[in-house]
Design a protein around this ligand. Sequence first.
Ligand code: NAD
Length: 495
Amino acid sequence: MSMFADLDFTQLEGTGEQLMIINGERLAAMSGEMTSVIDPSTGRWIGSSPAADKADVDLAVAAARRSFDSGIWRNKSAADKQNILWRASDIMERHAAELAKLEALNSGMLLSMAQGTIAGSVQAIRYYAGMATKIYGQTTEVSGEHGQFLAYTLREPLGVAALIIPWNVPVLLTVIKVAAALAAGCSCIIKPSEETPLTALRLADFFAEAGVPKGVINVVTGYGHTAGAALSEHDGVDKVAFTGSGHVGKLIVRAASGNLKKVTLELGGKSPVIMFDDCDIDRAIQGTADGIFTHCGQICVSGSRLYVQRTLFDRAAEGLAAIAGNLKVGHCFAEGTQIGPLISQKQRTRVMGLIASGIEQGGELITGGKAFDGPGFYVSPTIIANPHLDSRVLKEEIFGPVLTMMAFDDIDDVVFHANNTTYGLASSVWTDDVNKAHLLAKRIQAGFVWINCHAMADISLPGGGYKQSGWGREQGLEGLDGYLQTKTVYAALRQ
Ligand code: NAD
């Protein structure tokens, strides 16, 4: 493992002691409690943020509610909303280098990946800036005497949206929600993960500088079971947009039932990768390795279950083991690092436990399976072949650099196994047979099917889960729909 790079993080804006943002003001939690923010690449302290609780959430919801009810944002012209959002994207672009460093420092993602996700976030804001001027209702010819009635629909903002974010890709996952919510005219409260609150606070600064009025974007930091739970059950919140684990997703659905607020859920996955013996084998092996080891496997769409046609199995195992064994594990800023740390010691303990259980339950360790001593939360890229069908390593989302691989003989067999999961987020198929690829794309139960690639995304394309991987869609036009509601207006005209 490479030594960590000695970045002087104190020079980086957004580190150190931070305050939340409520109604445009920087505030501590009423209790005075703070949470520590850790650099997962070194395990060292890089900042603190307020541990908000119910009383702080009440304040933030009241601010968002006031801003929404006053119309200060939602009644702005569509062109003004568009221009302000676009300005925010320009400001973010100007700060891209600094923001990428902060994102990498706090989440442990490689600096190159952070730079890519910040560029993607700038694009996402611009996409939804344009959408602000493209919100259309409909008119229809209703029955009755011609001209007697006029009927049309209006698309209106849902109201106050609570945006609850995980730690793995904080800026992009926040921006996708905030930009769509603002384009629709909603006011919002962002609740970043307690592990990665720093970049959300910087983002809110950029939107404020661009001209988003105070109270329209509030940021409440703190733990999920306190701040997150208070938001989810709050009667002043009209919608929760959540990205995170299925377990918490279910808690949110229960909490939301009090006022039947709308809920969208982007949850986890256990995504299958299907490799046929007629594929471009070198490309498929590299694509599969990238699909699981990027960001140390901490991506919701990571391809964690590989099904390889039996004739290709040994070659695929050898190729993947060679790549995994040679990946340079290290600090996200260090020269040449190819795979960074997991987010926390807790997550590393969990991942190591799952690897051990996979081997105990009959899986063959092909490579990896080690946790490194010393600072930072590193685990070596790991491949387990032929785990038992009921083993946890095959059924549970690991969210770590762990690939399981199994052989298959025919297409019905592999479709059955690919779909034999409670998840349904993503999948990929590797074959040069176009016909087979598209037939399979129809049979796989997942929100994404990639053909000869993995984890490709574009802000114009909707993303979300089948089965227990989620409710609703984000990104694209459907992402905007999640923050709008439809009103039908039916008027009798005097003749
Ligand atoms: P998590 O569910 O533990 O936490 C996500 C957020 O929910 C955090 O902000 C947390 O503080 C908050 N939270 C926790 N308990 C809460 C409660 N009781 N009420 C309200 N909020 C609460 O998830 P995580 O560990 O931060 O992230 C990893 C998970 O996120 C993985 O399962 C991953 O697959 C999923 N994820 C999904 C997508 C997607 O688009 N489908 C994208 C990224 C991550």
